[in-house]
Design a protein around this ligand. Structure first.
Ligand code: IPE
Ligand code: IPE
Ligand code: MG
Ligand code: MG
Ligand code: MG
Length: 379
């Protein structure tokens, strides 16, 4: 018979360590479920939701529309806001060139050299510049000048680049390729990458304050930008994105996925457009319409990103393809399948255009074309 008082100290320690290890294993395995139970209900968290529950259910219940019907539907929709005479490619190229020049000037080399080198490496790489162009186009939509919105456009691109540097870190998505080049931490190491991300974030706010607008509109802009990237925006989305890895379809619904995508991506696109409209001198009503429009194209942007991850190659994307499935990310193709996700892209494109109805068709042409670009892009 085994007697406790006969056990020597070493055996006791061994049993104790085994007990701790088993308890640790048990708590680690129930931790994800426990933390989800303790979180506030999703309803209270999905504040920035785009779609009502009813719309989500209706969309899921609808059958996949055939290709021919889609095309007809699209043609009918285009007739409401005409962009047929607008030349988007030269517009996009010239805006991207102006943004690249402004970014180059906004981040000159200086001490600490490695940090500035890494900032410039990350930001001057081949990004599409969708957010700054959205900011400039929204400024012009409400009658403002491109120059006035350029500091805000650059600020948004600095913050976006910071979010990419962090998103690629080994503790986040662990990616080696970005904008067709090795990721910033691969070239400069994690310490410099994190610091250069922080420097881009702080420079963004400093740089935005160089815009020549009234102090009221500047304070408003700073508040919008700050709010969009913290726990009410990007950080909330990214936090939910990483804590949702590996969840299966029985554990989450579309509201959960929409929360992630709206926060991690849509809110910054929304803010880019809203800043443009604020700086351009837009009325409250104009700014709110621009906000609703941009929230739609923001979600659209991330749904397309999910689709591209599954359907394109690393060479085409300039970032690692097929990564979402390997990492067990929650994505639209995972929840809806590819066909239904593509249909959702069309629905969001139509919804976005609806919010531009209040503006003259000539003035909205760049934003309509930008929406189509976001929906149909290949990278
Ligand atoms: C990538 O954004 C990150 C997402 C929010 C999906 P972009 O596709 O705009 O990346 P760049 O700026 O063109 O590199
Ligand atoms: C990232 O989403 C959104 C950010 C806030 C950076 P993803 O993780 O899908 O972006 P990619 O695919 O790496 O560009
Ligand atoms: Mg990510
Ligand atoms: Mg990523
Ligand atoms: Mg992605």
């Amino acid at each position: 018979m085994f007697h406790f008082d006969e056990m020597d100290a070493q055996t006791l320690l061994l049993y104790f360590s085994l007990l701790i290890l088993s308890l640790n294993f048990f708590f680690q395995s129930i931790k994800p479920k426990l933390s989800r139970l303790l979180q506030p209900s999703l309803e209270t968290r999905v504040k920035a939701a785009l779609l009502s529950r009813k719309e989500v259910v209706e969309f899921l219940d609808s059958s996949v529309v055939k290709q021919e019907d889609d095309e007809e539907e699209d043609e009918g929709d285009v007739s409401t806001i005409s962009s047929s005479t607008f030349e988007f490619d030269p517009y996009m190229t010239s805006k991207a060139e102006s943004v690249n020049k402004a970014l180059d000037e906004a981040i000159p080399m200086g001490e600490p050299l490695k940090i500035h080198e890494a900032m410039r490496y990350a930001i001057l790489a081949a990004g599409k510049r969708v957010r700054p162009i959205l900011c400039l186009a929204s400024c012009e939509l409400v009658g403002g000048e491109e120059n006035a919105a350029m500091p805000a456009a650059c600020a948004v691109e600095m913050i976006h680049t910071m979010s990419l540097i962090k998103d690629d870190l080994p503790c986040m998505d662990n990616d080696d390729v970005r904008r067709g080049k090795p990721t910033t931490h691969k070239v400069y190491g994690e310490g410099v990458a994190i610091l250069s991300g922080g420097a881009l974030l702080s420079l963004a706010f400093e740089h935005m304050t160089t815009a020549e607008i009234s102090s009221d509109r500047m304070v408003w802009s700073v508040r919008e930008l700050a709010r969009s990237i913290g726990t009410k925006g990007l950080v909330a989305g990214q936090a939910m994105d990483i804590s949702s890895e590996g969840l299966d379809l029985n554990e989450v619904g579309l509201e959960h996925l929409e929360f992630i995508h709206v926060h991690k991506t849509a809110v910054l696109l929304e803010t880019a457009a809203v800043l443009g409209a604020i700086i351009g001198g837009g009325s409250d009503e104009e700014i709110e319409n621009v906000r609703k429009f941009a929230r739609c194209i923001g979600l659209l942007f991330q749904v397309v990103d999910d689709i591209l991850d599954e359907t394109k190659s690393t060479a085409e994307l300039g970032k690692t393809a097929g990564k979402d499935q390997i990492a067990g990310k929650l994505t639209y193709p995972k929840l809806l399948g590819l066909e239904k996700s593509k249909e959702f892209v069309k629905k969001l494109t139509r919804d976005a255009r609806q919010h531009l109805q209040g503006f003259s068709s000539e003035k909205v042409a760049p934003l309509v074309a930008l929406t189509d670009f976001i929906a149909n892009r290949n990278k």
